[in-house]
Design a binder for this molecule. Structure first.
Ligand SMILES: Cc1ncc(COP(=O)(O)O)c(C=O)c1O
Length: 387
């Protein structure tokens, strides 16, 4: 049976192969340290679970507006004011089925067939697949440590063509955990605008920032699209809830797309998420953020001491993007051999793009500190056997 060409151009996650191999090892009784997983290990905070139970008991779980329930849109607007000092009208906030749906809706709004979106390579792989699904062209621009593994205004200017519709940035980034400096973000906003395009900024890891207080790109412009999520900072991956802040004049078109693509975001998840903004929930989340910071502060120097190249210290999210070329094999082989020899699972760079992908791998510190320490001990015992 013939299937559409787009399907053949969408790559599977290579990390799934690592995960399958890791599960097979575990089934055979081996202990595996899962540093390949891109979601927080912390459970959904208790007040959120309590709100979900109350919503179930109450029984009012019907479709909502495609834009989300007004109370949640307002709560997110208030959160932007309190946490980031930016004023955003609740009417511009669209609650979505994970930030995945926010990315898809934004790209569906902007991209026509053969039009281009500029992205960082390495970057979050689904973005290029979203663009491909929409018959557009994702243009991955090679980025390295010199730009914090992020796009710059200059790179965007140089790559811009008559077919370019916009640029998409994730700050902090998956897989590198690095951010765009705010001065550079300002130049990027200006560059995209000067080229007549649209900027999409994925801030889903912004709540998990460890350097200076995080700043939202919404400070710079109300004419950009900002994506966020309940998945990462709020520890709610499986609830499938995110949001999009859009320029006001586009809200109606995005609503039409959301209505047709999935009707509404999950009602139960929205009602549960209202509890995210309670002081007691935010206190839990801040404690967890500090725990992620403790893990990062252990893992980054430990990996460097083992010989991995980590030229830029990650300042957000829960990822470390490490160069494994000192160990004499490409990252895909390295990940498989490390798993087999030590039980440490990590993700090969090939999942995140093409540029120097074979030299890099991603470690996630989404496991407790003692496990990270054990993982480093095992790698320390194994690596010397390679030379
Ligand atoms: C950079 C980035 N954006 C978006 C997403 C999608 O997350 P979700 O749909 O759970 O909000 C992810 C998930 O890993 C991500 O890493």
């Amino acid at each position: 049976m013939r299937t559409a060409a787009r399907v053949h151009e969408i790559a599977p996650f290579h990390v799934m192969e690592v995960q399958t191999a890791a599960r097979a090892l575990e089934a055979a009784g081996r202990s595996v340290i899962h540093m390949e997983i891109g979601e927080p290990d912390f459970p959904t905070p208790q007040p959120v679970l309590a709100a979900a139970h109350a919503a179930i008991a109450d029984g009012g779980v019907y479709y909502t507006s495609a834009l989300g329930i007004p109370e949640l849109r307002q709560a997110i607007a208030t959160y932007y004011r309190d946490r980031y000092g930016v004023s955003v009208a609740a009417e511009r906030i669209i609650v979505t089925a994970g930030s995945s749906a926010a990315l898809l809706l934004t790209l569906a709004l902007l991209v026509n067939r053969d039009e281009q979106i500029l992205l960082a390579d390495p970057g979050y792989p689904c973005n290029r697949h979203f663009v491909r699904t929409l018959e557009g062209e994702a243009v991955g621009l090679p980025v390295g440590p010199e730009s914090n593994y992020q796009l710059t205004a200059e790179l965007i200017d140089r790559a811009w063509t008559s077919r370019t519709r916009g640029a998409l940035i994730a700050s902090p980034s998956n897989p590198t955990g690095t951010s765009v400096r705010f001065g550079e973000m300002r130049r990027i906003v200006d560059a995209v605008e000067a080229n007549g395009g649209r900027l999409i900024v994925d801030e889903i890891y912004l709540g998990l920032s460890y350097a200076e207080p995080p700043r939202s790109a919404l400070e710079l412009s109300h004419d950009i699209f900002v994506i966020s999520s309940f998945s990462k900072y709020f520890n709610m991956t499986g609830w499938r809830l995110g949001w999009l802040v859009a320029p006001e004049r586009h809200v109606r078109d995005i609503e039409k797309l959301a209505q047709n693509l999935y009707i509404s975001p999950a009602t139960l998840s929205q009602r549960a998420a209202l509890a995210c903004f309670k002081p007691e929930t935010l206190a839990i989340l801040e404690e967890r953020r500090r725990e992620f910071l403790t893990r990062r502060d252990f893992l980054v120097p430990a990996l460097r001491a083992l010989g991995f190249g980590i030229p830029v210290t990650p300042t957000g999210g829960f990822f470390v993007y490490a160069d494994c070329t000192p160990f004499g094999m490409d990252s895909e082989r390295f990940c498989v051999e490390a798993l087999m020899a030590t039980g440490v699972a990590a993700t090969p760079g090939v999942d995140f793009g093409r540029y120097r992908a074979e030299a890099h791998m991603r470690f996630a510190y989404t496991v407790a500190l003692p496990k990270l320490e054990e993982g480093v001990r095992r790698l320390a015992a194994w690596l010397p056997t390679l030379t």
